[in-house]
Design a protein around this ligand. Structure first.
Ligand code: CTP
Length: 400
């Protein structure tokens, strides 16, 4: 089989050097990559580097090798175009359909999925001109990844950093795997909770659970690759932020509830993948609990935490909002799952069979997705991303 053809567009920002890492990941994973830098990108990383890393000649203008008609061919032949970094200027030119260099020509001739990974100063990202250009590109079906928050050029920090190349690569992989030009969650806002809550007993101890957050992160990453704006509410995970996702970090169930309730009014769909503690210690000791010789330890008294899934299902923040829950069952998986779906009042419930063989933290999962409409969608054993894709398929069909 031919290698998938990827065009890596690079525009003129300091983050251009990070695109070398993205290029390396793409080539090493079996993609045939043509790098198309803008003239200004070459101020940051030279043509020799792109050419050596990609194994292809590198041009910026439409005037070299004209007989090969590169301004049309490169775009036509591509299976994916990814622009990283995409500067404010490049986004503006792309949004307005300008064709003043090889990269913008390529963007006009490509009929494959297009991913933009913007990087710029916060002021530029937040400028109404850039906001409108991004909205235009998204409306037309491009995936525009949200920039990360962090250190920018010079002393500044804020939103505008190029997401981690490994995460941009993941987005590209997902977009390529789906192979459709128009992302079906474009224009949608989804909220995903992930990880496991921790309920503190004292400043050093907590009651927690084994959730790694991997399933929730896979849901966030795949939704972003399908064009959604994603808010990921992460409880105690040690995972890197997925590209293009707004991450809100929380600790306890009460904090998770607060973050979810804040995010749901704008959400088209909410997926509660987090393992939320059903109980928390009734009392929190401000100082460390000490053992006392000759004395039995005090029992830990627990109180119920609010059931967030039941609450947002019963009191929908928006008409037509789709709410998805998760359930872990050991016995009578389907019967228990059906009862739980009814009790919680959500639209979909992803039921996992848990047991000794199936460990938390694994890269794989197997589940049945139950629908309030009586549907049952089995998802065979496989990567957590495959389950995530099925969940979004079911969500997308309910949003449509
Ligand atoms: N959930 C929640 N708030 C809670 C507890 C759970 O929103 N206080 C959500 C979880 O995010 C998940 C689903 O509800 O989507 C899991 O429901 P739960 O009743 O906790 O089911 P199990 O974890 O399967 O546990 P059990 O049936 O043993 O209570």
């Amino acid at each position: 089989m031919d290698k998938p053809k990827v065009v890596l567009g690079v525009s003129g920002g300091i983050a251009a050097y990070k695109a070398c890492e993205l290029l390396r990941r793409l080539t090493e994973s079996g993609h045939d990559v043509r790098v198309v830098p803008t003239g200004s990108a070459l101020h940051f990383v030279g043509a020799a580097t792109w050419s050596a890393l990609s194994g292809h000649p590198v041009r910026t203008e439409v005037w070299s090798d004209v007989h090969e008609v590169p301004h049309v061919r490169i775009g036509q032949e591509a299976d994916l175009v990814v622009v990283a970094p995409a500067t404010a200027d490049l986004l503006a030119r792309a949004a307005h359909g300008l064709a003043d260099d090889l990269l913008t020509n390529t963007l006009l001739t490509a009929r494959c999925p297009v991913v933009f990974a913007p990087a710029m100063h916060t002021e530029m990202w937040e400028h109404p001109a850039t906001r409108e250009n991004v909205a235009t590109l998204r409306r037309r079906g491009a995936v525009v990844i949200e920039p990360a928050v962090g250190r920018l050029t010079g002393v500044d920090t804020g939103k505008g950093r190029l997401p981690d190349p490994a995460e941009i690569f993941e987005t590209c992989r997902r977009v390529l795997a789906r192979g459709v030009a128009a992302p079906d969650l474009a224009g949608r806002h989804v909220v995903v909770s992930a990880g496991g809550t921790r309920e503190p007993l004292d400043p050093v101890r907590f009651l927690g659970n084994r959730s790694s957050g991997k399933q929730g992160y896979a849901l966030a990453r795949t939704a972003a690759a399908r064009g959604a704006r994603v808010t990921l509410i992460a409880a105690n995970t040690g995972l890197p932020d997925p590209a293009g996702v707004d991450v809100v970090r929380v600790g306890t169930a009460v904090q998770l509830r607060e973050a979810v309730l804040k995010a749901v009014p704008e959400a088209d769909a909410v997926v509660m993948a987090a393992a939320v503690a059903d109980f928390r210690p009734a009392a929190y000791a401000a100082g460390k609990i000490k053992k006392k010789d000759g004395q039995e330890p005090e029992p830990i008294v627990l109180v119920r935490n609010p059931d967030i899934l039941a609450e947002i299902s019963a009191d929908r923040a928006r008409e037509g909002q789709v709410v998805v829950g998760f359930a872990a069952e050991t016995d009578d998986v389907l019967a228990n799952g059906r009862a739980k779906l009814q009790r919680k009042g959500c639209d979909l419930l992803v039921v996992n069979e848990v047991g000794e063989r199936r460990t938390f933290g694994s890269e794989e999962n197997e589940a049945v997705v139950l629908g309030a409409d009586g549907s049952e969608t089995p998802v065979p054993h496989g990567p957590k991303e495959a389950l995530a894709e099925t969940v979004w398929d079911l969500v997308a069909s309910r949003l449509a």
